[in-house]
Design a binder for this molecule. Structure first.
Ligand code: UT7
Length: 337
């Protein structure tokens, strides 16, 4: 049975932090950041806003696009690496904000690969449970809450935001079709992980291995840390291979992909992957110049912007490509209807 994305929504905080403003905080400059990463500015959430608040706004927009109310949702999935609290799940805070029925709500942690991972889970839940008709799947991260503002190699990269999708069947159990409007059929999803690379992108402390202590705070171990050069190389290679594999097993060539929606970490990574796949620039959705790397939410924000700009016509093939901490990676092949 076909499974669809039948509504998208996104949200970024109002506050803009430009490269020039950042250069007042750390030893960096606009020229370095733009040429080495492609980022011009990023959005930063207020102190009052947690990840669930970002997710809430994105969810309302996705529900509106799908012409559904919160009462129609049967499951909430949130992909985040910056949960409001280590427990309970951010999905439970979101359920409280949305005032839903007592439906299940859970978080997943696949870092920047959260979108294809969560989409896979959503699809499997719909296929396995006839009572589950609509899933709210939201990716949201307040990366500024784990950013080391003294580390110029990482603080220039990160930003805050959330992106949401409503995932549903072609027909519900009563035979009702989902609302009119652009739908994206989930054609295939490919996922992978390599825990040997777990230390390459990490927040070292605050979990059960290194609980918070004066030493961990002193050592700045509650912040995002990355072996940037190594991750860069792996990202280019793995995203390229992942794209080739999903295309191969669906009998497609890269020339048949109408829109590439890659994870937004670095424009040089995106260009290298696109060049490898021979996908021209005008078929790639870019948001990192305005939002930086928003972790889990980068792909669904870019997807929502592409849908809302009406760039995506019916009958087009979309390929989303992710890579992140874990190491994790994934691709989702979508077809617009
Ligand atoms: O979302 C998860 C996936 N994340 C990624 O895929 C990110 C992957 N990595 C990257 O995007 C890049 O490796 C970075 C953007 C993090 C770094 O770019 P790079 O071209 O690999 O720079 P680098 O680390 O090799 O540093 C080059 C130079 C160094 O100076 P020296 O040693 O050559 O004198 C750095 O100290 O640039 C310096 N540098 C900076 N200079 C100005 C590093 N950060 C900055 C900065 N401003 N912000």
């Amino acid at each position: 049975m076909p499974i669809f994305i039948c509504g998208t929504g996104s949200y970024v905080p109002k506050k803009v932090l430009t490269n020039d403003e950042l250069s007042l905080r750390v030893d960096t400059n606009d020229e370095w950041i733009r040429t080495r990463t492609g980022i011009r500015e990023r959005r930063i959430a207020s102190e009052e806003e947690a990840s669930s608040d970002l997710c809430y706004h994105a969810s309302l927009r996705a529900l509106e696009a799908a012409r559904l109310g919160p009462e129609a949702i049967d499951l909430i999935l949130v992909a985040t690496i910056t949960p409001d609290t280590p427990f309970p799940a951010t999905a439970c805070y979101l359920q409280r904000c949305l005032n839903c029925r007592p439906i299940p709500a859970l978080d997943i942690n696949a870092a920047c690969s959260g979108f294809p991972y969560g989409l896979h889970l959503a699809r499997q839940c719909l296929l396995g449970d006839p009572h589950c008709r609509h899933i709210l799947f939201v990716c949201g991260d307040k990366m500024s809450s784990v950013t080391d503002w003294q580390d110029r190699s990482s603080c220039v990269l990160l930003g805050d935001g959330a992106g949401a999708v409503i995932v549903g069947r072609s027909e519900d159990s009563e035979g009702n079709s989902p609302p009119e409007g652009l739908r994206l059929q989930i054609s295939d999803i490919l996922l992978g992980a390599d825990g040997l690379g777990a230390d390459q992108i990490i927040m070292p402390a605050g979990g059960s291995r290194r609980p918070a202590s004066p030493q961990t705070v002193e050592g700045r171990e509650h912040f995002f840390r990355m072996d940037g050069k190594r991750v860069f190389r792996e990202a280019v290679q793995v995203m390229g291979e992942c794209a080739e594999e999903i295309l191969r097993r669906n009998g497609l060539s890269s020339g048949e992909i109408d829109y590439l929606i890659p994870h937004q970490a670095n424009i040089r990574i995106i260009n290298a992957v696109a060049q490898h796949l021979q996908i021209p620039q005008d078929r790639i959705t870019i948001t990192l110049d305005r939002y930086g790397n928003t972790s889990t939410s980068a792909i669904p924000i870019a997807l929502d912007e592409a849908v809302r700009s009406e760039r995506i016509a019916r009958g087009k093939k979309l390929l989303t490509l992710a890579f992140g901490a874990g190491l994790t990676w994934g691709a989702a092949l979508l077809q617009s209807e």
